[in-house]
Design a protein around this ligand. Structure first.
Ligand SMILES: [Zn+2]
Length: 223
């Protein structure tokens, strides 16, 4: 019986034309039992697994495997729940990029103009990236710090102590995954992960985080 998130080498006998093959051995490399230690770590690790399962193919893709394994290891090693959540959020965006859905963060998706770092932008979910406020006159503004965080996370850089606007980051992740990766078939672990972020004193983003939740805000992104 294998625990979830276990990594190892399986040896099996391939049977031509059969769906079932005989497993003859399993050499454990890493068990990652620490992922079961907190709900935040478990939710984050599950989200990364579900991303790869839903969007990956059966073709070998070493970089996706390495990023998934490194993400799980970083979550295991996170000293607290907030770090585990920021690490998992970063892993999710890195995997999204490797799976072929990288959001554009430094050029306007409409006019292609390079954006200056201090420039507020808006998100064009359907086009898959940020747009300048002239090309996209309506919708919630993405502040420069949040855009820099997204730009970094897509490239594997975990944001520091907290997020500039946690609520915005939650809405971005949800609307982007549902639109481009899950195709409206919600990930089972996504809401669990977002709930853990919302419950965090550091990443909850308190202000006005009332009954409507992030879902209403996703509409405000102009999805
Ligand atoms: Zn533009």
């Amino acid at each position: 019986m294998l625990e979830p998130f276990t990594e190892g080498t399986a040896t099996f006998y391939h049977r031509q034309g059969r769906d079932l093959h005989t497993l003859s051995g399993f050499d454990l490399i890493r068990s990652r039992q620490g992922l079961g230690r907190s709900m935040a770590a478990f939710a984050g690790a599950s989200l990364l697994a579900e991303l790869v399962l839903s969007a990956g193919t059966e073709e070998p893709h070493p970089e996706i495997f390495e990023t998934l394994a490194a993400g799980w290891d970083a979550i295991v090693e996170a000293p607290d729940a907030d770090t585990a959540l920021r690490t998992a959020l970063t892993g999710a965006w890195s995997l999204v990029a490797l799976l072929g859905f990288e959001p554009q963060t430094d050029h306007c998706v409409v006019c292609e103009r390079p954006l200056v770092p201090s420039e507020p932008v808006r998100f064009d979910t359907t086009a898959g990236g940020v747009a300048c406020v002239r090309c996209r006159p309506a919708g919630r503004v993405i502040d420069p710090a949040s855009r820099a965080e997204l730009h970094g996370m897509v490239r594997g850089a975990t944001p520091g102590r907290t997020l500039a606007n946690p609520r915005l980051q939650r809405a971005l992740l949800r609307v982007f995954l549902l639109t481009h990766v899950a195709h409206d078939r919600a990930f089972r672990s996504l809401e669990l992960f977002l709930d853990e972020m919302r419950a965090s004193p550091v990443l909850g983003g308190g202000e006005g985080d009332g009954g409507e939740g992030d879902g209403g805000e996703a509409g405000g992104l102009g999805a």
